[in-house]
Design a protein around this ligand. Sequence first.
Ligand code: SF4
Length: 88
Amino acid sequence: MGKVYECEGCGACCSISNPFTGLGRCPELTEDNKCAMFDSRPDICRSDKVARSLGLTDEEYCEKAEAVREVLREIVYGPGGMSDVAHN
Ligand code: SF4
């Protein structure tokens, strides 16, 4: 089995867009960058389901998602701005 994308909890993705209002911080994103409805989050927030809908393998999706994550982190936190962000 290939590499699977794993959320590091930085909050960058959910700070920029969300399935409820489109653009902007998700109302379900907590102050400590957790998803308040993680177990019942929509399919669009589930990397395995998004990968399937795009016809990508887990490994292909992981490679693309990690690249996008880096761009979003720089937009949200600035260059090197991740140092004080709690991520797991
Ligand atoms: S529902 Fe959860 S995973 Fe989806 S955008 Fe909101 S905080 Fe992020």
